[in-house]
Design a protein around this ligand. Sequence first.
Ligand code: ATP
Ligand code: MG
Length: 655
Amino acid sequence: MSQQTVNGDAFENLLHEERKFPPTPEFAAAANVHEEIYAKAAEDRVAFWAEQARKYLTWSKDFDQALDWSEAPFAKWFVGGEVNAAYNALDRHVENGLGDRVAIHFEGEPGDTETITYADLTERVKKAANAFESLGVRKGDRVAVYLPMIPEAVVTMLACARIGAVHSVVFGGFSAEALRSRIDDAEAKLVVTADGTYRRGKPSSLKPAVDDALAEPGHTVEHVVVVRRNGQDVAWTEGRDLHWHEVMEAASGEHTAVGHDSEHPLYILYTSGTTGKPKGILHTTGGYLTQCAFTHSAVFDLKPETDVYWCTADIGWVTGHSYVVYGPLVNGATQVMYEGTPDSPHQGRWWELVEKYKVSILYTAPTAIRTMMKWGREIPDKYDLSSIRVLGSVGEPINPEAWMWYREVIGHGKAPIVDTWWQTETGAIMVAPLPGVTATKPGSAQVPLPGIAVDVVDENGKPVPNGHGGFLVVREPWPSMLRTIWGDPERFKETYWSRFEGVYFAGDGAKKDDDGDIWLLGRVDDVMNVSGHRLSTTEIESALVSHEWVAEAAVVGAVDETTGQAVVAFVILRGEAEISESDDPSAILRAHVGKEIGPIAKPKHVLVVPELPKTRSGKIMRRLLKDVAEGRDPGDATTLADPSVMQQIAADLRK
Ligand code: ATP
Ligand code: MG
């Protein structure tokens, strides 16, 4: 492990990775895209995207201009074109004779199942479109969606898209307050919710949060449509509340989809709020769908006739929008949708589903992989996972050892792993290996996709040479880019376009390794400065996870009188870790980091904790750990998946 100290680097380049896994010749030969695609896209980026737009989508009116960047940073893609998202995801597959193909294998947490074909889904969406129109929802109106992972969520989103209403999905785990602020910000006319869902074998409710959210007057909501899911009793506001099954029964199954302008708003989605106040990210239609469909095909190598795809993300996150709803359905994929948690009723539930449905492409998050590592490999080892041929990762940097575990235990050493970097704001994948082309590398997202101008730059916006760290930026507009922050164009310019002139600033640190591959190093806000050395949270966390005892690690910089900041690490041990009485895990792990990275990166403290604070999308909330490490009372913990985690950690620290 070498250590470089280069002034001006936003991050020092500390960890080195030598392992590489090229695709097998058979995989490469049969892949959807090949090496040439990079050169082709580089020749004329905008023409490349125009070609994808016409290849992946059926336009009811062709576009005249691929990109209008004259009012930068406000982009217009496929200007003059008209396209209907729901038609592309549904009707056209039925018209092409694929009505009997399964669109969704739904599996409820209690074990109830539903098999929904493209013909079924199309009919349901037509009815929902008519139903919403009959409730006064018009093109451009906003609809708040507060639903669990059930087929009605997909139906609602596509029905909105069909009529040109703008959906705003609010994660079902969010509080009444969070829901209300999002309803108000978007001025939603309709709310679609359910009585409740199931969580770890128990009913959990949703409708009461909607009632609470709407209790104070002054909102814009006219109706609340309620899906019956867990059958629990719910309060009812006559005139406002309607049963989903009743409005759908009354609705006609005939509905013609008309094309909407390519730049017509498709949805608003609030970012997860890992770093601050959520932003209402606005996505529009033509460009967004193009990049979702292209990336879903190229990055996962989707073969719609034979693959069974499963993305474990909730529809409350952007991954659920782009890679459960829009990308897969536009591409005519067959997918699994699962309502519940991975440990209900047992810790093998996911693998049982992979075996049952013969899942061939699995897309999940590092937090889930690390949790499975913690539970131990004997659980997945009990199931037949031989159907898996591509594995994906998204949401956080995946530590090289978690990547290796994913490859060996879940992919049996043969399925390529695609580590996909993107954001709510980017709408679709931006940096990822192509599974039939790239020799993959544990821990690195590696290469910008064809047609995507991602770079790593220094403080002055100059590209860093290989072997150096800096800021991740996007130099050129891309089709699925956010168009603005809802209602706040100034904040849009200020947040993303003011750090570097004319360039999109993602807020993430990254480095280019000696091969020019990109590594994500964590949020720029989380960079640590220890005795003048700028250290990445991700690299130290990865060094910790590379120790056989450690399942998860979170690292923060805490104020320190002598060094400016000191590295403080929080670790969760693996279930199978064999630690004897005489071992001092803290000392052993400090020494391990020193050996893997260098003395400068050695944590001052390593604290073994039972859990880490995470957002509901599974991202580690380092901000709260920093509060604890600096002896402050952790601030607002309400967006945590489990708010009691912080009390546990604070209590442990006082011991
Ligand atoms: P907020 O912007 O409100 O703080 P958020 O950034 O957590 O919330 P998302 O848009 O869901 O909301 O997450 C995008 C971020 O997730 C990226 O900016 C990056 O930090 C991280 N991320 C996503 N995928 C990867 C990946 N493959 N490797 C490394 N980091 C990733
Ligand atoms: Mg973000």
